[in-house]
Design a binder for this molecule. Structure first.
Ligand SMILES: Cc1cc2nc3c(=O)[nH]c(=O)nc-3n(C[C@H](O)[C@H](O)[C@H](O)COP(=O)(O)O)c2cc1C
Ligand SMILES: [Fe+2]
Ligand SMILES: [Fe+2]
Length: 403
């Protein structure tokens, strides 16, 4: 019987599922959990590609032994040093003392820094090969997808790209791990949320990596998180390509910070007008309830962004105040921005929003609206104007995309 761990050729899946952690990197909620994927190539020379979070070492070791028994591992290829993947490195070294660590010149300083393991072992440069027997590997340096040492390993024999965090998604692998043997529905949204929050700042690095990969005949994507992609690999590459070019779909995210609901009425008025103008993708986020990772994810998805904030102690509403730097941090491009504020005795939120608008690279759409205390006819029509201006701007792009 063929081993259930097998992917293709002599490559096996030996990753683990984490259904315990509440927040990935201490920041990102994991409603569907997360997998730490590792791959074992059981060839004439045996190679392990990345490890897993240290909490899962026992499970990991058991999986490795179910494939190779007591035989030693020749190489540990480190595509990425973030501890969700390198966490089991020093234990692997204890169990397999003769293993050769394969990395680039950025890798070994981190191996020493994190784990006290010194010395370069097998230092590779971009496009260097490694022959395992049947599988012929080649390494591609892809710095900043997600860290400076990040690289990808391509198996030229079977067309498998071991892509590190690239093409990763949140979500555990429940049963099957190959896209053809599972329901992949949840992974698309979780891929956007993973990409936008974790890799999102490094769009140009992802574009460079995609250029390097373009000539390769890829049949299978083995990322460090989420499914192994075979049949649906085209959709995955296309999604990463669009996200890393900051190319949004037609649609608007309206994020607002409110205590008593007056600012929310402005958001509702804008949304109603957008809908009346024929915009279908409209997402409202009350910043008190939506975790920022979902808001950032939707901002990556849609071209239109409208932000509103009540004034709070002569400042932005605190949760909006913490969201704006998260948006700036990700260096997003090609977005249309509208904004509004509210106050009771002295306006401050709108002033801060003006500052944000200047710092962002976004195209400002419509006239900012500032509301004193509560909605009246004038403010309502100003909100409608903002909705109309945003809808018009988005519809203008429809026309250019048809040309
Ligand atoms: C804790 C707190 C602090 C506030 N600070 C200010 C302020 O510094 N300046 C001001 O004009 N209004 C201030 N307000 C009033 C609100 O900004 C104003 O009523 C706004 O319209 C509330 O919008 P909301 O109903 O969406 O929460 C404050 C309200 C609260 C509850
Ligand atoms: Fe990472
Ligand atoms: Fe990772």
């Amino acid at each position: 019987m063929e081993q259930k761990t097998k992917i293709k050729g002599k490559v096996h899946y030996v990753g683990v599922n984490d259904r315990t952690k509440a927040l990935f990197e201490g920041l990102w909620p994991l409603p569907y959990g997360v997998s730490y994927n590792s791959y074992l190539i059981d060839d004439e020379k045996i190679a392990l590609v990345d490890t897993v979070d240290i909490c899962y070492f026992e499970v990991f070791l058991h999986k490795i032994r179910s494939v190779i028994g007591d035989r030693p591992i020749d190489y540990l290829i480190i595509n990425h040093m973030e501890p969700d993947h390198s966490g089991s490195l020093s234990l692997i070294k204890q169990y397999y003392p003769n293993i050769t660590i394969v990395g680039n010149k950025q890798t070994f300083g981190m191996v020493e820094g994190f784990y006290g393991i010194t010395g370069e072992q097998l230092l590779i440069k971009n496009a260097d090969p490694l022959d395992l027997g049947y599988h012929k590997l080649r390494f591609y340096l892809t710095p900043m997808v997600h860290w400076p040492e990040t690289m990808m390993t391509f198996d030229e024999t079977e067309g498998i790209i071991f892509s590190g965090d690239g093409f990763g998604a949140f979500g555990t692998l429940d049963g099957g791990f190959i896209d053809t043997r599972m329901n992949t529905d949840i992974f698309w949204e979780e891929m956007i949320r993973y990409y936008s929050n974790i890799v999102g700042k490094y769009g140009s690095a992802v574009q460079k990596a995609l250029e390097k990969l373009a000539p390769l005949n890829i049949t299978t994507i083995c990322s460090t998180h989420g499914p192994v992609w075979t049949e649906q690999r085209g959709k995955v590459i296309d999604l990463y390509d669009r996200l890393s070019r900051y190319e949004g779909e037609e649609g608007v995210v309206i994020v607002y910070g409110t205590m008593y609901g007056n600012t929310e009425q402005m958001a509702e008025a804008i949304a109603l007008e957008l809908s009346a103008q024929g915009i279908k993708n409209i997402v409202l986020h009350n910043v008190n309830k939506s975790h920022s990772s979902y808001i950032i994810s939707d901002i990556f998805k849609y071209k239109g962004l409208i932000i509103g904030s009540a004034t709070y102690c002569n400042e932005l509403y605190p949760e909006i105040g913490s969201l704006l730097p998260k948006i700036l941090l990700r260096d997003m491009k090609n977005r249309y921005l509208g904004y509004f504020g509210s106050f009771c005795w002295s306006s401050a939120a709108l002033r801060r929003m003006n500052e944000f608008a200047e710092k962002s690279k976004f195209e400002i759409v419509g006239e900012p609206v500032d509301m004193k205390i509560s909605m009246d006819d004038l403010i309502y029509s100003q909100c409608e104007n903002m909705g109309k201006a945003m809808a018009d701007r988005l519809k203008q792009d429809r026309e250019t995309s048809q040309d």
